[in-house]
Design a protein around this ligand. Structure first.
Ligand code: G3H
Ligand code: 13P
Ligand code: ZN
Length: 324
């Protein structure tokens, strides 16, 4: 089937208590690893492209890679989404260039400006049957190439005005997740019996208040990598240096997916799987220099990681048919 927008996926995800995985793509191996997992698990998927990905790989290459995945996986619905679109022009260029969903991220601007710019994108996007994600609140970490040392939670009292004033199809909110592999400082965490850092809980109270104000409306969580400790260990044992890398516990994401969260963004976990695998390969095979030899296991580990997310975290394995 052809690329789709996110409308049907979110309706089904909301109704049936699961979330769609939105995975960032930057090259062929990442696209293949994700979509092979989704094909085998019969899962709908959102492949998302950041401004940085477009700068790195070129818009056309990324679109063509995703189109190739659609041909290889004809039975699963696939959305091609712009992640953190910084302005109307970037969103327009993606809509004109084949994307079926865009995010306009004006969350670091004042509310009125955010509403104005988002509404402009919605007006244009909807003419082409493209769905739009907006954002309220800011995540800590790198967002839209702007670094926020601390985030600010979404204010539930703003959400109705924003959604009504813009016509967006989904809303990203800030409830304690953040971008990257260092989501919580050790001093924010407690330690369990094994001495492992346990991060503070996400603000489910904000999520529930937002959902009460926006019944049946799909919510998005950015910064939702869980930073698998096996890959952090693999990186650190093979010449890397990632002390105290910590992510969002998977049980909390599962919980959020059962509520109003319909889209969960994952990028850093893919990077960790790829980097850990390649570091280990280089360490074990210092004589090898054929990229296919180290990209193959990296792609296989991305695939395994995504399968796990679909089955055990997002709950969207087996849901492809109902999302068509
Ligand atoms: O939101 C952040 C995503 O992980 C994309 O990151 O801008 O480095 O491609 P990037
Ligand atoms: P992570 O850095 O937690 O993977 O978040 C990715 C993201 O939100 C992309 O928009
Ligand atoms: Zn994000």
């Amino acid at each position: 089937m052809a690329l789709v927008n996110s409308k049907k996926m979110f309706e089904q995800a909301y109704k049936n208590g699961y979330a769609i995985g939105a995975f960032n793509v930057n090259n062929m191996e990442i696209v293949q690893g994700i979509t092979e997992a989704c094909k085998e698990e019969n899962a709908p998927v959102i492949l998302q492209v950041s401004k940085g990905a477009r700068a790195y790989a070129n818009h056309t290459y990324l679109v063509k890679l995703v189109e190739a995945a659609v041909i290889e996986c004809p039975d699963i619905p696939v959305v091609l989404h712009l992640d953190h679109g910084p302005d109307f022009e970037t969103c327009k260029s993606c809509i004109d260039g084949g994307f079926t969903s865009v995010m306009i991220d004006y969350s670091s601007h004042p509310l009125e400006e955010n509403i104005e710019e988002t509404a402009k994108v919605v007006e244009y996007a909807h003419k082409y049957n493209v769905t739009v994600e907006g954002e309220l609140g800011t995540l800590a970490g790198i967002e839209d190439e702007v670094s926020h040392a601390v985030g600010s939670y979404t204010r539930p009292e703003d959400v109705e005005k924003f959604v009504k004033g813009t016509g967006v199809d989904s809303l990203a909110i800030a409830i304690g997740t953040s971008h990257g592999a260092y989501k919580f400082k050790p001093e924010q965490c407690t330690r369990n019996a094994q001495g492992i850092l346990v991060p503070p809980a996400l603000r489910f109270d904000i999520l529930k208040e937002v959902s009460k104000r926006l019944p049946n409306f799909p919510i998005v969580l950015h910064g939702s990598s869980s930073v698998p400790q096996n890959y952090v260990k693999m990186i650190n044992e093979n010449g890397g240096k990632m002390p105290n890398a910590i992510g969002v516990p998977e049980e909390q994401l599962r919980e959020a997916a059962k509520l109003s969260v319909c889209k969960i963004n994952i990028d850093s976990d893919l990077r960790l799987a790829m980097t850990g695998t390649i570091r280990q390969f280089f360490n074990e095979h210092p004589d090898k220099f054929d990229p296919r030899e180290y990209l193959k296991p990296a792609r296989a580990n991305i695939k395994e990681l995504v399968r796990h997310k679909l089955r055990d975290v997002l709950g969207c394995a087996g849901k492809a048919d109902e999302c068509k």
